[in-house]
Design a protein around this ligand. Structure first.
Ligand code: PLP
Length: 484
């Protein structure tokens, strides 16, 4: 009862004391807008005063607009606590350090043109959620929840949920990888895995090498860690081996980051021979590899190509960072690091220091889903869907776009080069016509190449692909004719 702390004195009029008490309680934030006040009868009883004094106080407060009475419901506070101008104020902008500034500056969600409802988007490379087997996932959730929901809702291990770790070890074995002396850390997707690895293995100004272009989130993380990034040229079938050797020889990077399958943004899948050459060069110069295996499962056009880590046999020079984000559910944020067990032991402590562990309930459901065989069926289904979309997109690009180069062996996107035009100019015009794509410069370490665009087709229907690509083609023809 808000009046239990009020001691009525004899000097001041009673109704004034009640009014002031209510105002003070609002000021202190104890009475909030919408709080119900006790009835006048209750107040008079509790305080042992005449009811008329309480009625008068309530009437005065109502006239001031501080409270309001609703017939049959009661009396309520009508105002918020007054915000005082001398509240504690901080100029946060002056506090933000380089890390925060860089992350914001390189945040393409904020810096690039946004998708708006009704637009055709070739910007996203997220999976098409209409393919998700919600029913099977729901079943996995109910099963795991009824079996061990209590445990999964408690704290778990930093390394991850043991059955999922065992499942992924077996999964890696099936990729042809030797698992002796290796271990797994479950992470919040590839993004956290990469950040944990760079935090653990590098310091500012260390040299890191990578393909150029490369995954723009990886560029952001490398730049946020203030690494000295050495870009390596790419050919139409993947990294240029001469450029790789030259870079490793000249700079001896601390580490190299590579995406051998469905490289983002080019969509190139490095063949087995090239993988062997890349591995041999890195081994020769003793530069450890972080292999980003995020999209491997989508390989649908050829037989299985073993990841780089499979080439290292009993060696420990390759760290494999995996993720199910592009094949399964990116929203569940499950990825993993597979590497030398001594390294995983340290990474486990880093993970614990950051966020204790990845959600155990999510890992439990995910494991049940994978184990039930649903994953295998799902991958088989989506490979076919995405292959059809890829074929259709390529065909449509051939029909409408006067391109100079098209890269991509499948997956979820295609990288297109238009000589003589800055693809940002194309984007500006396309945007006016409700079509959006990713300008290619964001994938280059210094945004140096301006003639590329990434066309993501994972979430667009064939009708949208046809309409959108046609518009892009028309814009290109129109800009080219203006330039001539
Ligand atoms: C090259 C690459 N690696 C990994 C990922 C997946 O990242 P995450 O698992 O954090 O969603 C993506 C997503 O676009 C990617 O392009």
């Amino acid at each position: 009862m808000i009046f239990s702390s009020l001691n009525i004195n004899k000097e001041e009029k009673i109704h004034i004391q009640i009014q002031n008490h209510i105002k003070k309680e609002i000021d202190k934030g104890i009475l909030k807008k919408g709080s119900k006040l006790p009835s006048t009868r209750e107040v008079s009883k509790v305080l042992g005063i005449s009811r008329n004094s309480v009625i008068l106080a309530y009437e005065n407060l109502e006239n001031e607009g501080i409270i309001e009475t609703f017939r049959g419901k009661g009396t309520f506070v009508a105002i918020e606590k007054e915000i005082k101008s001398d509240d504690f104020k901080v100029k946060w902008n002056n506090f933000i350090e380089d890390y925060g500034r860089l992350c914001e500056e390189l945040d393409v969600v904020k810096t690039e043109l946004p998708w708006k409802r009704g637009m055709i988007s070739f910007k996203s490379i997220a999976p098409d959620e209409s393919f998700f087997d919600l029913e099977e996932f729901k079943r996995a959730f109910l099963n795991v929840f009824s079996m061990e929901g209590d445990k999964l809702l408690n704290y778990g291990y930093a390394k991850g949920y043991k059955p999922l770790i065992e499942y992924i070890k077996e999964y890696m074995r099936k990729k042809g990888v030797l698992t002796d002396g290796k271990d797994i850390l479950i992470t919040n997707g590839f993004t956290e895995a990469f950040d944990i690895l760079l935090s653990t293995l590098t310091k500012p100004n260390d040299v890191i090498a990578c393909e150029n272009p490369t995954h723009n989130t990886a560029i952001k993380i490398m730049k946020a860690h203030k690494l000295n990034i050495k870009p390596i040229k790419m050919d139409d079938d993947g990294i240029n081996l001469d450029s790789l050797e030259e870079t490793l020889k000249k700079y001896t990077p601390k580490i190299i980051y590579l995406i051998p399958s469905y490289h983002n943004p080019t969509g190139i899948v490095m063949d087995g021979e090239k993988r062997q050459n890349v591995y041999n060069i890195c081994k020769k110069y003793k530069v450890p590899i972080i292999e980003d295996g995020f999209n491997e499962e989508l390989v649908y056009s050829s037989s299985h190509v073993a990841p780089l880590i499979a080439l290292s046999n009993m060696g420990n020079g390759v760290i494999y960072a995996g993720s199910f984000s592009k094949i399964l559910f990116p929203g569940i944020r499950i990825g993993w690091i597979f590497a030398d067990e001594k390294l995983i032991n340290v990474l486990e402590s880093v993970k614990r220091a950051r966020n204790i562990h990845t959600s155990f309930i999510d890992q439990g459901i995910f494991h049940k889903y994978m184990e039930s065989g649903s994953f295998k069926r799902y991958v088989k289904k989506i490979r076919k869907y995405y292959k059809d979309r890829y074929d259709f997109t390529i065909k449509t690009i051939e029909k409408y776009i006067p391109y100079d180069k098209v890269l991509g062996n499948g997956g979820l996107y295609i990288f297109v080069k238009i000589n003589g035009l800055n693809t940002r100019d194309i984007l500006k015009e396309c945007y006016k016509r409700n079509v959006v794509f990713m300008p290619g410069d964001i994938f280059f370490i210094n945004k140096e190449e301006k003639n590329w665009m990434r066309i993501g087709f994972s979430r667009t229907s064939e009708e949208e692909i046809e309409e959108g690509i046609k518009i892009i083609g028309e814009v290109i023809f129109s800009l080219k004719s203006k330039n001539n």
